[in-house]
Each structure stands twice: as C-alpha cells, then as structure tokens.
Design a protein around this ligand. Sequence first.
Ligand SMILES: Cc1cc2nc3c(=O)[nH]c(=O)nc-3n(C[C@H](O)[C@H](O)[C@H](O)COP(=O)(O)O)c2cc1C
Length: 147
Amino acid sequence: MKAAIIYTSVTGNTSALAEIIQEKMEVKGLAADLIPADEFQKIHLNEYDIVAVGTYSWDNGEIPLEMEEIYEAFESANVKGLTTGVFGTGDSFYPYYCGAVDLFRDMLYVHTNLAVTLKVELTPQEEDLARCEKFCDRLLSEVAVFS
Ligand SMILES: Cc1cc2nc3c(=O)[nH]c(=O)nc-3n(C[C@H](O)[C@H](O)[C@H](O)COP(=O)(O)O)c2cc1C
C-alpha cells in the first residue's frame, strides 16, 4: 500500500497539519510520501493507493495558485480508483472558511474515491490530533473496501 500527502503552506499551518497526518498514518503502518506542491511534477498519481491533499485558502476561499496544477491533474488523470482525502487550514474570520478544501472536495468527489475531509482553524491544536487520526482511519477503511 502506497500513500502520498501533497500539500502547500506559506506560514506553516498546513505543513504542520500534513506532518501530523503523516505521523498518524505511520502509526497505522502506512508510510506516506510528504510532497510539497512544487515537487508535484515528479510524481504519478497512479503510483498511489491513497492520496491526501492539503491546502490553505486565500482570496475569498480560493485555491492557492501553486495548487491549480494539482487540481487539474486530478481532473485529467484516470484516477477513479484512487482513494483520496482533502485537508486544510483556514481562518474563520473570512467568509469562505477553508473554501479551497470545499473546492477540492467537490472535484475529488467527482473524479476519485473521496473518503474524507478535514478543516483546521489556523495552527493545529491538541484537540485536532484525534481528528487527524480519524482522517487516516477513514482513508484506510475506504481503501480497504474499494480495492
Ligand atoms: C490574504 C489572505 C487571504 C485569506 N483568505 C482566506 C479565506 O478566504 N478563507 C480562509 O479560510 N482563510 C483565509 N486565509 C487564512 C489562511 O488560509 C490561513 O492563515 C492558513 O492557515 C494559512 O496556511 P499556511 O500557514 O499553511 O500558509 C487568508 C489569509 C490571507 C493572508
């Protein structure tokens, strides 16, 4: 079983979340490649059984520029059998809280086997650890059913 976590982060919140998710996967016996968005060209989505996408939101709940290529890759590749999850951090001060997570969720639901989503307010806190664990559990149970 192979997993990837593809993420972007400017101020460190989403990368902290990505690292927690990677650790939780590891505890469950799943080694995941942690891939920053700017290294995405080097990978093939079809190599993986599970892909988790991590993004912050900006500009009225939009997807960051550096994630657009990744969004389009899921749309154009044949990834119907890929189990996915999307997570992100945002700031509920903005009207479209974690809007980029919602945009990825809708697209991944159409093009992949979307298992789970997770939104975290800014920096992950102690209480988010259990939510990260659930995120991994959902991915693993979904991949088990689907494959
Ligand atoms: C200019 C700007 C616009 C933002 N717009 C949104 C937004 O529309 N929705 C949201 O939930 N968060 C928004 N945020 C908050 C960031 O998504 C949030 O701080 C996030 O945790 C940053 O992630 P990072 O630390 O991984 O870069 C915005 C932040 C900035 C600086």
